[in-house]
Design a protein around this ligand. Structure first.
Ligand SMILES: *Cc1c(COP(=O)(O)O)cnc(C)c1O
Length: 419
């Protein structure tokens, strides 16, 4: 059904019901004013044009009200995080009580492990993917060390088989079957940042829970990209950043999910601050600590409103479009990208991302035989912004919010000439 022509790509853009969204973003341009072909929404999403006005409003209210802005601002700062909760919960398929926006991703993973990594002398190991994002690996290693365990011996890697790139769920099952009595936690990237593989989160939760292991998911490459249905999956916790597919700006705050089954468990060990204390008595100041129910019960500090304003600007767009429409376009757009790459007449190229749309988001990871970083440099010189990963993989994410079929077509045309 796809066709490898510019006409066809432009026709798809004409028929695309989400095509108008592109004009609502700042698309970076070269010196001559040509749009970059931006394929790194998996690393830093582009800026919605309305972000500036959302942040400006909080600056204005701060100027106007000073400290009174906590109550008097048009969007009062005291409950500001609550304005993000419903939209964020929809994006990850959670109930509002299960979600909060706070801190940054790696910090949230640590705070969640304070509660959900409770090792004993015999059940203490942690399972991660062998190609886990470095920050997640460092985080779990430091948790092992903090609890007095050896970081090598305590860490189990779920690896692709010899000669393969992707993970097989049967292999995780085998690890947990054989060593589950020693495993305390599975912490897995829902969408692998390197291969783009979207794992079966529900199945991972079942596998872990069958052996009484806690199960946590890093959704950095999933939130705003796929629909993870976190509540139904049954995972104990999850965390994700908002500056990738959620377009909320460099280093912006992160999301945190704690499953409803833990929402009212006040006995869970956790760190505390005034922001996870009962909000009815927070300002009485001399009350003993009384933890809030749900995900809000993991907050510590009053949050940076300017960053939250940027998240609101983005979430309002997601709210309007809906994940269902985004996913539908995404499958088509990435499918077209895959089709065009497969049309290139060369044996140097291999897509390592799964070809089944249910097992991936928008990203394709393309392995190029005998390539080095100079290919990435040449792509960049041609206004194509991609992510290079040593030794020979280009990661490209056509994002349904702002990338077009024409972007994808032009990118592959240029890639062809560079090979
Ligand atoms: C992007 C990313 C991070 C980044 O962590 P920060 O704490 O936001 O700096 C961590 N883990 C994964 C899997 C990521 O993709």
């Amino acid at each position: 059904m796809y066709k490898p022509t510019l006409d066809y790509a432009q026709q798809q853009d004409k028929e695309d019901k989400l095509a108008h969204l592109r004009a609502q973003f700042h698309i970076p341009k070269d010196a001559k004013g040509n749009d970059w072909l931006y394929f790194t929404g998996n690393s830093l999403g582009l800026q919605p044009k309305q972000t500036q006005q959302y942040i400006q409003q909080e600056l204005d209210d701060w100027a106007k009200y000073g400290v009174e802005g906590h109550f008097e601002a048009r969007n009062p700062w005291m409950p500001y995080h609550e304005f993000l909760t419903n939209s964020m919960a929809k994006i990850v398929g959670a109930k509002p009580i299960e979600v909060v926006v706070m801190n940054t991703l790696t910090t949230n993973l640590h705070l969640l492990m304070v509660s959900f990594y409770q090792p004993s002398k015999t059940k203490y190991k942690i399972v991660i993917e062998s190609d886990a994002f470095p920050s997640d690996r460092y985080a779990v290693q430091s948790q092992l060390k903090f609890h007095g365990f050896d970081t090598e011996e305590g860490l189990i890697e779920w690896k692709p088989r010899e000669g393969e790139e992707l993970l097989r769920i049967e292999d995780l099952e085998k690890i947990v079957d054989e060593q589950g009595d020693e495993i305390a936690l599975l912490l897995i990237g829902g969408v692998n940042y390197y291969t783009g593989q979207y794992l079966d989160i529900k199945r991972i939760a079942e596998i872990g829970h069958a052996k009484n292991c806690m199960v946590g998911i890093d959704l950095a490459h999933g939130a705003g990209n796929i629909s993870p249905e976190l509540h139904d999956s049954g995972v104990d916790f999850a965390a994700w950043c908002t500056y990738k597919y959620l377009n909320s700006g460099p280093g912006s705050l992160a999301g945190l999910f704690v499953h409803e089954k833990h929402a009212h468990n006040k006995e869970l060990p956790r760190f505390a601050g005034w922001w996870n204390h009962n909000k009815e008595t927070r300002f009485n100041m001399r009350q003993p600590f009384d933890v809030m129910p749900g995900a809000e019960g993991w907050q510590l500090s009053n949050p940076p409103i300017l960053s939250m304003a940027a998240i609101r600007a983005s979430l309002d767009m997601f709210e309007e479009v809906g994940m269902e429409a985004l996913r539908a376009k995404s499958e088509k757009l990435t499918g077209y990208f895959e089709y065009l790459i497969n049309q290139i007449d060369t044996d140097r190229i291999k897509i390592i991302t799964p070809s089944n749309p249910k097992e991936r988001g928008c990203q394709l990871s393309i392995q190029v035989k005998n390539a080095d970083k100079s290919l990435h440099k040449k792509l960049t010189e041609n206004n194509i912004i991609t992510d290079w990963r040593e030794p020979d993989v280009i990661r490209c994410a056509p994002v349904p919010m702002y990338n077009s079929f024409e972007d994808v077509y032009r990118m592959v045309e240029i890639l062809k000439t560079l090979l």
